[in-house]
Design a protein around this ligand. Structure first.
Ligand code: PNS
Length: 165
């Protein structure tokens, strides 16, 4: 009897830090795949507030209740990571039209490099459409309230981090 191949999705990003917008995409994408790998980019050239290990730990803390979600770091090309994991598709969230150009470029470039790799876009929930890691960091750094912008469990971690900087 033929066994059905398990569908694997990869949701890549910098996640510096994870926001409610990211978490919403993770939850919804986890329902579309047998397993979803959140791929956290290690990019030493890019200055991040949180280290790679911290970003991975924050996402793990927020997704520990979703059994088919795992969190892994990757470096180098995303398409190579997709092949290494034998994944079926890349998942990205789209907020506004302004995201589209960059996302289209990335999806087409990945398709050019690796025609077998598909990119699937999920529309961000309207309530999270103004959210980004950058605005969260900005609000936190200026002592503003980030409740409602990021998962409750990571609020203190973020304040602690920006205070230490
Ligand atoms: O959260 P981000 O920063 O918008 O995520 C961007 C990310 C990590 C998906 C993208 O930069 C990426 O895939 N980088 C890995 C290098 C790569 O494959 N580059 C070619 C496609 S842009």
């Amino acid at each position: 009897m033929e066994t059905k191949k398990k569908r694997i999705g990869i949701y890549p990003g910098s996640f510096d830090p994870l926001t409610n917008g990211h978490l919403d995409i993770i939850i919804r994408a986890s329902r579309l795949f047998d397993s979803l790998i959140v791929g956290v980019l290690r990019n030493d050239a890019k200055k991040t507030l949180f280290s790679m290990e911290e970003r991975v730990a924050l996402i793990r803390k927020c997704t520990e209740d979703i059994p088919n979600v795992s969190v892994e770091m990757f470096e180098g090309l995303l398409v190579d990571f997709v092949h290494e994991k034998k994944a079926d598709a890349i998942v990205r969230g789209l907020r506004a039209v302004s995201d589209y150009e960059y996302e289209l470029q990335m999806a087409m470039l990945n398709k050019h490099m690796s025609p077998d790799v598909e990119t699937i876009f999920l529309m961000t929930d309207i309530n999270n459409s103004y959210l980004s890691s950058s605005v969260v960091k900005d609000v936190a750094m200026h002592g503003g309230n980030i409740r409602g912008l990021v998962p409750e469990t990571v609020i203190d971690d973020i304040y602690r981090k920006v205070k230490a900087k």
